[in-house]
Design a protein around this ligand. Sequence first.
Ligand code: G3P
Ligand code: CA
Length: 272
Amino acid sequence: MKKFVSALLTAAMMAGLFFQPVETVQAEKNENKVLTIAHRGASGYAPENTMAAFEKSVDMKADLFEIDVQMSKDGEIVVIHDTTVDRTTNGSGKVKKLTLEELRSLDAGSWFREEFAGEKIPTLSEVLDKYRGKSGILIEIKSPSLYPGIEKKIAEELKEHNLHKPHNEKIIVQSFNHDSVQTFHSILPSVPVGVLIGYNEAGISSEEMNEFSSYAEYVNPSKKMVDEDLVDRIHDHDMEIHPWTVRDRKSADALLDAGVDGIITDYPDYIE
Ligand code: G3P
Ligand code: CA
């Protein structure tokens, strides 16, 4: 009799699974999936923050790519990591002292490999145009203190591209400058924001965690700070964690074991 009841229960459970609508199963799967986020695009394989690196990210099926944004002398939002063009182009000088035309005349690919000669510094607008609906995008506001008003400009660009509403592909805005994150959040609260945390031995205090959770959906720390306890604390505050920057398989595996929600990496193929 016991066996019969147990068989009956198993059959009922299986039927429940069978009859769960396909969309529900898919949504649950996606919810639990660890996101692969290509750092500055797939920057292990193509020059960082160029269309070539973003294309590679999409080819490699990363869920999102990360970009760094700053502002040109004439107020255009451009995609570049350093506050000067020296390291990643054939030019020199500060981003904020160069016009869009001057920035666009530079070669942002040859420094990486000759085959990428001719890659340009992209504008945020062209990235949103090309990848809207094709990839998630994690937008880092770089050195916002140099660019008063940059948060409003980014918000305007997102609205112009109709990316200010919840969307299939995630759009997230983050910064190490938490005042800037809060400013952006107050301008465009419908777009989720994240706080970036540089490595520090003290970790994240309870006060900080409470403060972050009052406006942010993501806490994105240096991978060196991450253990299961930190992941749990962030989850207990209803936020998610996307550590950076993974450049080897061993650290990818350790972060996966710790239970992170996404991994920011130069090598999207390391996240398995
Ligand atoms: O997205 C996090 C990571 O990009 C922060 O460091 O210097 O690569 O912008 P960095
Ligand atoms: Ca970045």
